[in-house]
Design a protein around this ligand. Structure first.
Ligand SMILES: Cc1cc2nc3c(=O)[nH]c(=O)nc-3n(C[C@H](O)[C@H](O)[C@H](O)COP(=O)(O)O)c2cc1C
Length: 188
């Protein structure tokens, strides 16, 4: 059975090599509008998006640097440029985080999962418009220090930093998803 959307999803790959151009403002709006159609228990819309571009990437690089300094006390100042450079691996970075509210029926974990679904919808939207994306996170995303540096609330939860741009190379389509070994049928 073939279906264009399923083939597109099946062949999705992350793109670590990214260069300008990044999506235009209108393209971002289209992509994020679609991302906001992620499943959402209680209609909370817990997802929040923040786009870093241009000098904004230096600001994000400073967050990486300040966080590193707070964790590793003997980091020398010469390392600053290397940390700031990490935020320039793509022409745009989409921060996706959950703004969690207390809800009688929807625990925080569901709000985080909904936000992850929105992040994946954003990636598919980016790919649909010809852009490459690479979802990154890591332990630094889960510290209070990073939330402070990003001006997030204590209860917010970062889901990912999605690096976005034009792919620098043609991706290799994955041959094997290995879905069969992860699938069980329960029929009776
Ligand atoms: C929540 C999350 C966090 C991730 N963080 C990183 C990361 O920090 N660094 C990294 O190299 N890959 C990270 N990845 C994995 C990549 O986004 C990517 O999925 C992986 O390189 C495999 O490539 P593929 O998506 O083409 O299969 C993360 C993925 C998820 C879902």
């Amino acid at each position: 059975m073939t279906n264009n959307i399923i083939t597109f999803m099946r062949n999705r790959v992350s793109q670590p090599g990214l260069e300008a151009p990044a999506p235009s403002k209108a393209e971002w709006e289209t992509i994020l509008d679609a991302a906001c159609r992620a499943p959402d228990h209680g209609g909370i819309k817990p997802w929040r998006f923040r786009i870093y571009e241009g000098a904004g990437l230096d600001k994000l690089g400073q967050v990486y640097w300040q966080h590193a300094k707070s964790e590793v006390h003997d980091l020398t100042e010469e390392k600053e440029a290397a940390f700031v450079k990490k935020a320039h691996r793509a022409p745009a970075i989409l921060l996706v985080y959950a703004h969690i509210e207390q809800h009688p029926k929807v625990p925080a974990i569901e709000q985080i999962m909904a936000t992850s679904a929105a992040a994946q919808q954003a990636i598919l939207g980016l790919n649909a418009l010809g852009y490459g994306a690479m979802w990154r996170s890591g332990p630094a995303c889960f510290t209070q220090k990073t939330k402070d540096l990003l001006n997030l609330q204590e209860t917010d939860q970062i889901v990912g930093l999605i690096y976005v741009g034009t792919p620098t190379s043609t991706p290799k389509i994955p041959e094997e998803t290995d879905f069969a070994s992860r699938l069980e049928w329960v029929t009776e």
